[in-house]
Design a protein around this ligand. Sequence first.
Ligand code: SAH
Ligand code: SF4
Ligand code: F3S
Length: 480
Amino acid sequence: MNVQAPTAVSQEQIDQQLAYIDRIAALSRDFEQQHGRRPRAYTQTFGCQQNEADTERIVGMLHEMGYVSTNQTSDADVLIYNTCAVREHAESRALGNIGALSHLKKERPEVIIGLCGCMVQQDHIPEKIRRSYPQVELLFGTHALWRFPEFLYRKLSGEKRVFDTSGDARGEIAEGLPVLREKGPRAWLSIMYGCNNFCTYCIVPYVRGRERSRRPEEIEKELRELVALGYKDITLLGQNVNSYGKDLEDAVDFSDLLCRLNQVPGDFLLRFMTSHPKDASHKLFDTMAACDKVAKQLHLPFQSGSDIVLKRMNRGYTAQHYRELIAYARQKMPDITLSSDIIVGFPGETEEDFAKTLDLVQQVGFDMLFTFLYSKRSGTPAATYEDPTSKEEKQDRFARLLQAQDACVLPRQQAYQDRVLRVLVDGTSKDPQYPLTARTEGGLLVCCAGPESKIGEFLEVKIEKTTLRCLFAREVDNRM
Ligand code: SAH
Ligand code: SF4
Ligand code: F3S
C-alpha cells in the first residue's frame, strides 16, 4: 500500500503568517488613528461548504488583523471574493460581481479588491484577471490560502499587484490559523481536503489538489472547541469523506472517526458531506446507526441512473450498486433522510439514459435533490466528448426531472403530519404564525411557532401542516 502522510505546513511557516497578522494589526491601529474608525472588510463566497469554511478562515485572519466585517461593498477597505469553478454559472457570477467593482476602485483607489478560491486556481484565470480586471490587485489560489496574511501585507506595503497561485497540488494542511465562524448553532468542520476521483466532468480535483486528511486528534480537538462554544449542529466536510484516512499512517477510516467523535460529550448533532457511492460501505451505515449523535441523514450523489453514463463519468459504481446501498442504509435506519446530486445532459446522454435517471429518482424516493445541467469545464476529459443533444432538449429533461422529484417529495412530506420530532431552531422565518426556522435531525426545513429566544435550542415539536418545501410545527408541551 502506498501510504504517504500528508505534507503539513510547518509550525515555523504558520508562525511567519501569525507575525504578518501582527504587522497588519499595527497598520490597522494607525488606520484607526487617522480615520477615527477601524478598517472594514467585505467577503463574499461562491460555491460549496468547503469554500464557506475557507472564507471563515479568511474572516478569522482579517479579524485578528484588526478589521471589522461589513456587508456592504461600498464602505469596505478590503474586499475578498472566494470563487468557485464547478459550473460556468458560478464563474460568471463571480466575474460579474468583480466587473461591477471597477467604479468603486475609481472612486476610492485605495480600496483593495482580492480574489481567491477554486476559480483562480485554474491555469488560465490569473492571466485573464491580469488583463481584463485591473481593479483586482490581490489574487491567491486554494493551495496558498494559508499565506493570505503575507499577501495582504505585501499589498498594504505598496506592491502593485500580488498574484500567487503557487503551492503543491499534492496539497498541504495548515493547522493553527484563526477562524471566525458564522453565528448560530451550525458549524462546518473540514476533515479532509482535495479529491482524487477525477470524475470526467469535474474541475474540483484540478483546483483543490490531492486528497489529504487532517489527523483525527486535530479534528477531535476542533470539535470539542466547537461544542464548548455552543455549536450544536456540526457538519464534517470533505469532497469524499468515505475515503478519509487513506493517506494517514494510522489505520483509521471514516467510520472510526465518526465513532471517536460521537464520544465527545455534549448535546450536538454530527452530519457529514459528501459521501461517494463507490466508497460508502456497510460499515459506514452500521456506524451511523450505532452512533447517537450522528444525524440519520445521507447525501449520496449518484449523478446518473445509466450505467453507460456512470462509466463515462468515471464514477466507479453501477445504478444497481447504488440501489443496494440505499436499501441497506434504510434497513439499518428506517427514518433516514436521503438526498443526492444529479447531472442532466452529460455529453452523449440519450433519452434512454435519462429515463434511467428518472427511474432511479422514482424508485428511491429522495427527500431532497440537487440537480444540475451539465456545464463544460475546460481541462476536464468530458470537455472533449461529443455533445450532440440540444440545449432545449437538456432543459426539457431538467424540467421533467424536477417534476418527478416534486411528485415524490410531496407524499414524503405529508407523511410527517402529526409526528413529533426533535428539531434544532436556527433562525427566523417570514411566516407570522410560525416565525422560527428549524431543521429536523434529517435536515428537513421546519417553520416553527415560538419566541426568538428559542434560537439555538433543540425542541420537541409536533408537525401541524406540511407543504412541498416545509413542515410547520409547534412545540410539544411536556409539562402536562
Ligand atoms: N465531491 C462531491 C461533489 C462536489 S461538486 C461528490 O462527488 O459528490 C457538487 C456537485 O456539482 C456534483 O455532485 C455534481 O452533481 C455537480 N457538478 C460537478 N461538476 C459539474 C459540471 N461540470 N456540470 C454540472 N454539474 C457539475
Ligand atoms: Fe468532483 Fe467527483 Fe471529486 Fe466529487 S468525487 S469532487 S464530483 S471529481
Ligand atoms: Fe466550487 Fe471549489 Fe466547492 S469548485 S463546488 S468551491 S470545491
